[in-house]
Design a protein around this ligand. Sequence first.
Ligand code: ZN
Ligand code: ZN
Length: 341
Amino acid sequence: MTHTMRAAVLHSFGEPLMLEERPIPEPGPGQVVVRIVASGICYTDLHIARGDWPGKPPLPLILGHEGTGEVIELGSGVTHLKKGERVGIPWLYTSCGQCDYCLEGRENLCPHQQNTGFSVPGTYAEYVLAEAAYVVHLPNNLDYYEAAPLLCAGVTSYTALKEAEVHAGQWVAVVGIGGLGHLAIQYAHAMGVHVAALDISEEKLLLAHELGAEVTINTHYQNPVARIQHLISGAHAVIVTAATADAFTKTIGMLRRGGTCVLLGLPPGDFAIPIIDAVLHHITVRGSLVGTRKDLREALHFAAEGKVKAMTDIYPLEDVNYAFTQLAQGHIHGRAVLRIA
Ligand SMILES: [Zn+2]
Ligand SMILES: [Zn+2]
């Protein structure tokens, strides 16, 4: 085996990633080394690379937190994984296991967590180090490319539906039909929840319809609040995946009384909540952060059963900067995934 690997590395915010040779990591106790086959590109990676957020990671950094591949090395004490096993490496690289959140089984809220492709090197690389307790086993019938987007976009949209507390027969409005939105539609559909899809792209709305959305609204031409209230008397829940803050402003008005708005997209900025409407209509507004390891297993099972399928636009690792541009311009249908092995 050679001792270096190719990786796409961020050296300064707002600059393209650089393709470089890096040393292949060695596993410490409780760790594994995974040979990466595919890595999804999350909008979070774009936010990080552009330096959009106030909290910035130390550079240089290998981005990526939707990695799929094969375990090739085991550190000492790893007993539940074998060499050759197919696994996924998610955003939650590790958590402390001792805080109130971890003890409640809500390790995605752990304040001491580390995150793949943010606080530790990520999956835009031929090999990555992972904590054995935090990688997920991939179902046999899911290929590496289909599985990769589920490791962040899949579990995030699935968990958002649980947090939205919508039930079979009710309506969810999904705002933004990108990597998250196209999966949220499918999870909702699989749960028996009706879907209204909102976007500014006719192509993405057509895709939403094919994926099971009964109602589609182009917010470029149509007033989403008026349309949603007219067509379905308001949504029981709204899931906001948009990457721009102004898309959030209309969401509260789309809800029914007693409804819940779940925030998933992470554009910098804020939006106003009308106090009187929120109180009189008994509205809940909630952020939802990725999901737990249990949520991730469940999200993968839906796909293994054929109920959810990530759409992928595949790019070789060396085209990562081009893929970023395509994502920023709204040209990706479903999820962009890097071909690494
Ligand atoms: Zn992500
Ligand atoms: Zn913790």
